[in-house]
Every structure is written in structure tokens, then in C-alpha cells.
Design a protein around this ligand. Structure first.
Ligand SMILES: C[S@@+](CC[C@H](N)C(=O)[O-])C[C@H]1O[C@@H](n2cnc3c(N)ncnc32)[C@H](O)[C@@H]1O
Length: 282
């Protein structure tokens, strides 16, 4: 069995917490298509020069590097992630694009070590759903924000998804995904809990919105199905599913074929909601 993409070094949540997807090339490639214009649209008007912004769980940094441009001329960003592999990728991308107002560091949002009140804003995209202690992470964000600073987070809710045509193999995919996420300490239905987590962490003046990701045609639909057909066989999701006894290799092959067939199916459709919360540190 290949070595799993364990997080070593940075401080984690409960000892059983594991990042569900890992950083297999199929996962990182899927994250690297994300852009701030979509993933941060709900907060972009509030992020401007000369703010100092923290992007926690920044992954390969495509969103972070976009945000850096929105903060010009005098704003700056720090992107942190517990994986050194993705931080290196993010740093290289910033260097290639000559983006000078961004820094990337391997660090954990549970305990960043940053001074209190050092940031004007914090942002995260699809991160808290993977943490066993999301409120503790938000409390650390609150600590590093200035009074009046904002925290903006977007999390999917896999329970608010719709797929057509019906296919038992894809129903199995949803079941496997949510069970592995839960066993890893996360929550595939995080979107619906995000407002509560902000409240529990002591943020005020919450603004809650939703948007959707929809794959219904052309290259977008094909990309969505193909990447899950790959990830369900080769990412840490697959390895953990087998390790935990949630699915067999044969189940995973069926699910993968289910996604490939979905790409070809007449009337293929997939959509789910993204929950977005912006809260203020009083
Ligand atoms: C689903 S990815 C999202 C990446 C990026 N925000 C995006 O939307 O493309 C979640 C990221 O959170 C990181 N992560 C998990 N636990 C973390 C922690 N305690 N502190 C910082 N990053 C963490 C993972 O390594 C992973 O890169």
C-alpha cells in the first residue's frame, strides 16, 4: 500500500483527524482550478488595499494568488496550509507570476503562532469541513484578527446535492464519501453548521449567503465526473475507504465507472450548495 499523505509537523485537531482527500495529483489538480472570482465572490468587495489577509488551508494557492492582486497596491496576504507539498506549489506559482505581496507558510490554523490582532481579514475555502475542531480553529482566527476584522469562510454541504440520472453506484459514492469524512473527524455536511460554528467561536454580525456549483454541460460536466472517477481510485479517500472497511476495491471501481457513465449519460446533471459566512471580530 502506498504511503498515505499524513500531516506531520503542524499542530492538528484530535489525534484521529485526517485530511480526507490527501494531496494526490488528482486532488491538487482539482483544487488548482479554483479562482477567487468564484470562490471568494461573497467577500471580494470587502477585501482591499491596504489590508493584511490570512488565507488558511490555502492548498495550491490559486485563490490566494488571485486575492493578492485584489489587495494591490498596499495590501498583502499570508497563505498557510499544513501540507508542505501544496505550500511549495503555491509559492512556485506566486514566483512564476511575480506576485510580491503574498507569503506562503506551512502552518496549522489550530495554533498559528502569529501575534494577536495582526490581520484585517481571514479567508478559508473548503477547510473547516475537514477539521475535527472547527470552532477551535475559528477561535484562533479570531485571536489573530484585529478588532473589527472579518473572517470569511465557504464550505460545501454534500447533503444538499442533486444528481441525475439516479445510479446506485453514485448513491454509494455519497455514502462512502460522507462516512470516510466522518471517520476522519470531518463533516461532509459542514455547510449547514457553518453559521453555528461562527457563533460558537464568538464572531458577531454574521452575514450568511449560499451559492451553488452546477455541472450540467460540456467540459465542466466532463471535468467533474472524470476527476471523481480518478479520485475515488487513487486519492487518500479511496485508501481510507478500504482501510476503514467502508468500501472494497471492487466497490470503488464500480463507483469510478459510475462517474464515467454519468459523464456520457443523457440529461446528466449535478449541483450542490456552498454556504458562505462572513463574521466580525467585535
Ligand atoms: C479541500 S482543500 C482546500 C484548499 C483551498 N482552500 C481550495 O479551496 O482550493 C483543504 C486544505 O486544508 C488543509 N488543511 C487541513 N487541515 C489544516 C490545518 N489544521 N491547518 C491548515 N491547513 C489545513 C489541507 O492540507 C488542504 O490543503
Amino acid at each position: 500500500m502506498e504511503k498515505l499523505d499524513e500531516m506531520t509537523g503542524p499542530i492538528l485537531g484530535s489525534s484521529s483527524e485526517k485530511y480526507t482527500h490527501g494531496h494526490h495529483a488528482s486532488v491538487v489538480a482539482a483544487h488548482a482550478v479554483r479562482r477567487a472570482s468564484e470562490a471568494a465572490a461573497f467577500v471580494l468587495p470587502q477585501l482591499k488595499s491596504p489590508m493584511r489577509v490570512l488565507d488558511f488551508g490555502c492548498g495550491p494557492g490559486t485563490i490566494t494568488n488571485d486575492l493578492a492582486e485584489y489587495l494591490l497596491p498596499d495590501g498583502s496576504l499570508v497563505g498557510i496550509d499544513s501540507s508542505d507539498a501544496v505550500i511549495e506549489q503555491a509559492r512556485n506559482a506566486a514566483t512564476e507570476k511575480n506576485i510580491a505581496n503574498v507569503e506562503f507558510e506551512v502552518n496549522s490554523i489550530y495554533e498559528t503562532g502569529y501575534e494577536s490582532s495582526g490581520f484585517d481579514a481571514a479567508y478559508a475555502h473548503q477547510v473547516l469541513q475537514h477539521l475535527s475542531e472547527p470552532v477551535r480553529a475559528l477561535e484562533e482566527v479570531k485571536r489573530v484578527l484585529k478588532p473589527g476584522g472579518i473572517c470569511a469562510v465557504r464550505e460545501v454541504d454534500w447533503g444538499a446535492s442533486a444528481i441525475w440520472p439516479n445510479d446506485e453506484r453514485l448513491s454509494k459514492f455519497f455514502d462512502v464519501y460522507s462516512k470516510v469524512a466522518e471517520r476522519n473527524g470531518g463533516d461532509a455536511f459542514a455547510g449547514r453548521r457553518l453559521k453555528q460554528w461562527f457563533t460558537d467561536a464568538g464572531f458577531s454580525d454574521l452575514v450568511v449567503t449560499t451559492s451553488t456549483w452546477t455541472f450540467a454541460e460540456g467540459s465542466g460536466l466532463k471535468w467533474w465526473g472524470d476527476q471523481w472517477a480518478d479520485r475515488i481510485l487513487s486519492s487518500d479517500l479511496a485508501k481510507r475507504a478500504v482501510e476503514y472497511g467502508i468500501a472494497t476495491d471492487s466497490d470503488l471501481k464500480d463507483i469510478s465507472q459510475g462517474w464515467l457513465d454519468w459523464v456520457q449519460a443523457e440529461g446528466a446533471f449535478f449541483s450542490f450548495i456552498q454556504v458562505e459566512v462572513v463574521g466580525e471580530r467585535a
